[in-house]
Write a protein that binds this ligand. Structure first.
Ligand SMILES: [Fe+2]
Ligand SMILES: [Fe+2]
Length: 189
């Protein structure tokens, strides 16, 4: 397994569920609700699994390769995007299912998520394949699959401050490496 493949698989599932929503009659509010609820929970779980497992590993690998600046920027962007996606999901709940306002809120969540996935696939996933070997990517894939399985019913959506998130993840990476890694310096603080 490879964590970058599992993340791509999740992205495909998200695109698939948005596409399913677009093909259901607006009068079928019970069906729309059921599929949206599943998609919303999955989007939140996916973002949190990345924040728990993928982005700390990306930062750690970037620091070890003395390329902390690039992975820090990518992680700051990702955490910012995840907050936007969580906020867009929360906005959907303010609208009655099947109304124009509900469709517009779902479309905004789709846009936020699509833009983020494209960037994440182009940057974070690509860099991680270059920085981490297959054995490490397999180990993280197991952890990622376990996290999603254990939390399949959903997680509490919590926005995170991107700069604090990166600082804490780097501090943990330094502790895990017994202080042998040089920790990157955040450019934006
Ligand atoms: Fe993400
Ligand atoms: Fe993702």
């Amino acid at each position: 397994m490879d964590i970058t493949e599992l993340i791509l698989d999740d992205h495909h599932e998200q695109r698939r569920l948005f596409a399913i929503l677009e093909q259901i009659d607006s009068a079928e509010t019970g069906v729309l609700s059921a599929i949206w609820d599943r998609l919303a929970a999955f989007l939140e779980l996916h973002a949190q699994a990345e924040e728990e497992i993928f982005y700390p590993a990306l930062l750690q690998a970037g620091i070890a390769a003395r390329r902390a600046g690039g992975v820090e920027d990518e992680t700051l962007d990702a955490i910012h995007d995840h907050n936007q996606i969580r906020d867009a999901i929360a906005e959907v709940a303010h609208h009655q299912v099947g109304t124009d306002g509900w469709y517009a809120a779902v479309a905004a969540a789709n846009t936020a998520n699509s833009d983020h996935m494209a960037e994440e696939e182009r940057e974070g996933l690509t860099d991680f394949r270059r920085l981490a070997g297959l054995a490490r990517r397999h180990q993280l894939a197991v952890a990622f699959a376990a996290y999603e399985a254990r939390n399949y019913a959903g997680v509490q959506p919590v926005d995170k401050d991107p700069v604090s998130y990166v600082r804490e993840a780097e501090e943990k990476a330094r502790t895990d490496a017994s202080g042998s890694l040089s920790v990157g310096t955040l450019k934006r603080n």
